[in-house]
Design a binder for this molecule. Structure first.
Ligand code: XMP
Length: 540
């Protein structure tokens, strides 16, 4: 079974988008998804499976190579993950990274020593007798050393029979090993992270030269494939999509407009908790893409449900209660609007691959952190709609590439994430229309200034928060006793951890001055210097 369903050739020049895939076996490393992204970047399809992958699943996936991820456990204790026998039985090249290398060494007759001391950071890799795999790392080196990223406690201390050591480092005399006859490779360092110089080339060499995967995984092919699949899936039924204007739902809209044109209806719900001008911006972005012929004609039903949401929220202060009310009201509105359409058989959603991986827990239950995600669930059973999820195989950066390929504007594709409950969780405590208006203005000033200073794309997410506490200020000769706006900007890769963005003081000063001078209802601006953890990105 594969997550991708049936595999039909789409274009004459494409034999199969998913052909010669790479299997990634996940031992729970925080870098596993990075390995997959590196493989996809060289144009080869791959999927991540838990380390307890079933032999039948592996056979059906028919990989042309396997990469074993790192992981937090130690092979020196008994009850920890092991490489399943089916990986060795597949008779394809295997690359073990960190824990994957240690498991390979332990299982094939080598030795691994445990250590309490973790080596974390840059290390110098010294070439021993590097074969093709390591060649890219040393290609430009004058002294046969390479800069790599290490993150390990245990290390391989004895080579399994048939292996030779191909590189060492100070702390790991066997930092890389190969059994060329079998096509087994191990590296103690992490080629998937950008801190390893030319690590991406090492992965490319493994995937293309050693496994022989040629790869058809390009935006154009992915789009063609998705279009063909959606057409086959929905037939002549109508499809409905909740369009928020976020990247994922926008790309689904653009893709489906090409696939099924007028059979798609998008429902955009204005819940009164959107940012300044957002409702219009989303409509304009799609109108422009349609006018330029980039996407087909798209039916967007804009529902003004502002009064309904704000009424339901009146007097409610608890963040989780607010989230529930906003979620339930959305479902009521969406259900009502979709119910008014005829022949709707399908609900399209912007579920992406990380959501799928996070929901697919290993049966051992310890390899994945399971995060509840926002795309799945929520809609009432009685709607009885089938799901269309054309982005299910894609990482966020791939979704963005496809969005650009489909002609969606850059500004929409590279927008910071915006939570489903919108400004509802950025107005602390009770949500009042007047607070929302002030927050919209403050947020717009912050974002405008970030764009003007070319800082918008340097931070991962930035926004203003409305604090319903009063503080004294003076403007001119007048004393002002008004509310406080907090500015939040973070840098993050995965939104699971984040660092507060070190924006220049002069920039923060400019934003603060503008907010206090232009918005009479604000007397003070503060900058949030909390990282995640322990703080979260949103304030509620
Ligand atoms: P936190 O605040 O948990 O946020 O550090 C991590 C990321 O998730 C977004 N977020 C949400 N998105 N519904 C959403 O759709 C929510 O209830 C929600 N809460 C947080 C947040 O904006 C950040 O990108």
């Amino acid at each position: 079974m594969s997550l991708s369903g049936s595999r039909q050739p789409i274009r004459e020049d494409v034999t199969d988008l998913h052909s010669q895939p790479i299997l990634i076996v996940d031992f729970g490393s925080q870098y596993t998804q990075l390995i997959a992204r590196r493989v996809r970047e060289v144009g080869v399809y791959c999927e991540i499976y838990p380390f307890d992958i079933d032999a039948t699943v592996l056979r059906e996936f028919a990989p042309s190579g396997v990469i074993l991820s790192g992981g937090p456990e130690t092979v020196t204790s008994g009850n920890t993950p092991r490489i399943p026998q089916c990986v060795f039985d597949a008779n394809v090249p295997v690359l073990g990274i960190c824990y994957g290398m240690q498991a390979m060494a332990a299982q094939l007759g080598g030795a691994v020593a445990s250590s309490n001391r973790r080596e974390f950071g840059h290390a110098q890799l010294i070439s021993q007798s590097p074969g093709a795999l390591l060649a890219p790392l040393f290609a430009q080196a004058e002294n046969q050393t390479a800069n790599v990223w290490m993150s390990h406690g245990d290390k391989v201390t004895g080579l399994p029979p048939g292996f030779e050591c191909t590189a060492s480092s100070d702390s790991a005399p066997i930092a890389a090993m190969e059994d060329r006859a079998h096509g087994y490779f191990g590296v103690q360092f992490h080629p998937e992270v950008t801190h390893t110089d030319r690590g991406g080339q090492l992965i490319e060499t493994f995937v293309r030269d050693i496994c022989g995967s040629q790869g058809q995984w390009t935006p154009a092919n992915i789009v063609d494939d998705a279009i063909a699949k959606v057409r086959a899936q929905v037939g002549s039924d109508e499809v409905v999509l909740g369009l928020s204007g976020g990247v994922d739902s926008s790309v689904v809209a653009a893709l489906l407009s090409r696939a099924i044109g007028p059979k798609l209806t998008c429902i955009f719900v204005d819940n009164g908790l959107l940012r300044q001008g957002e409702r219009q911006q989303v409509q304009d972005a799609f109108a422009a893409a349609m006018a330029q012929g980039q996407i087909g004609k798209l039916d967007i039903v804009v529902v003004d449900a502002v009064a309904e949401f704000l009424e339901h929220l009146a007097g409610v202060e608890d963040p989780e209660a607010k989230r529930k009310i906003i979620g339930n009201t959305f479902i009521d509105v969406f259900d009502r609007e979709a119910g008014a359409l005829e022949n709707v058989g399908w609900l399209a959603q912007g579920t992406i691959y990380p959501d799928v991986i996070e929901s697919a827990a290993s049966k051992y239950g310890n390899a994945h952190v399971i995060k509840s995600h926002h795309n799945v669930g929520g809609l009432p059973e009685r709607m009885k709609l089938g799901l269309v999820e054309p982005l299910r195989e894609l990482f966020k950066d791939e979704v963005r590439k496809i969005g650009l390929h489909l002609g969606l504007p850059e500004a929409l594709i590279h927008r910071h994430p915006f939570p489903g409950p919108g400004l509802g969780v950025r107005i602390l405590g009770e949500v009042r229309p007047a607070y929302a208006e002030v927050l919209r203005q403050a947020d717009a000033i912050f974002i405008d200034e970030l764009r003007a200073a070319n800082l918008y794309n340097q931070v991962s997410q930035a926004f203003a928060v409305y604090l319903p506490v009063k503080s004294v200020g003076v403007v001119g000769d007048a004393r002002r006793y008004e509310h406080v706006i907090a500015l939040r900007a973070v840098e993050t890769v995965d939104f699971m951890t984040a660092r507060w963005a070190h924006l220049p003081y002069a920039f923060i000063e400019r934003v603060s001055n503008r907010i206090i001078n232009e918005i009479a209802a604000v007397s003070r601006v503060v900058y949030d210097v909390s990282s995640k953890p322990p703080a979260t990105i949103e304030w509620e």
